[in-house]
Design a protein around this ligand. Structure first.
Ligand code: PNS
Length: 166
């Protein structure tokens, strides 16, 4: 069975990687799919986000990294996937995810959205909080894949060099 795991991944965190790894054990193929969201101004370009995901998931043979623009369900249909995988961290995620799952179900009733509970250790992690930490010179080791840490260090080199702590 083929699943799509969509997100902005700006950048991918270890919380995302945990969901990808677990989804890869459940489904034959998982398409990790980076959204081009015109409503958001990303820190990393689409190519950078995809490249980081490719490195971070290199050890998982049944993962493919893709991108999409527009409706998620159209990407899912075009790739013949049956399931959308989403991670849930807290109740605050639920309302928005519930609405999107129902809308996608209305658009394509044969596709299921399946939720995975984020591991306890990652429940406080988000791309936004990681970016803020890095921007303010904090240490992101253990919160993001190594490749993402390197990119954040490069992006915020001045802050890292200032010797501030996380
Ligand atoms: O990582 P994010 O930003 O929470 O990911 C959200 C994303 C990109 C998965 C979601 O916004 C999405 O599916 N966008 C595509 C547009 C769409 O299909 N919306 C739902 C039906 S209107």
């Amino acid at each position: 069975m083929k699943a799509v795991y969509p997100g902005s991944f700006d950048p991918a965190t270890n919380g995302h990687l945990d969901i990808v790894t677990r989804a890869a054990r459940v489904f034959d193929t998982v398409l990790v799919t980076v959204a081009r969201n015109p409503a958001k101004t990303p820190l990393f370009t689409m190519d950078e986000r995809m490249a980081m995901l490719q490195v971070a998931t290199a050890g998982l043979p049944n993962i493919e990294v893709h991108s999409f623009d527009g409706l998620l369900i159209e990407f899912v249909q075009a790739h013949g996937a049956q399931v959308i995988v989403k991670g849930l961290r807290a109740m605050s995620d639920f309302e928005n995810e519930f609405q999107m799952a129902l809308m996608n179900k209305k658009l394509e009733p044969t596709v299921e959205t399946m939720f995975m509970m984020t591991a306890n250790a990652h429940s406080y992690l988000s791309s936004s909080v990681v970016k803020e930490l890095a921007r303010l010179g904090g240490c992101v080791t253990g919160l993001v894949p190594d490749v993402v840490e390197e990119q954040l260090k490069t992006r915020f080199a001045e802050e890292y060099g200032a010797g501030k702590k996380g």
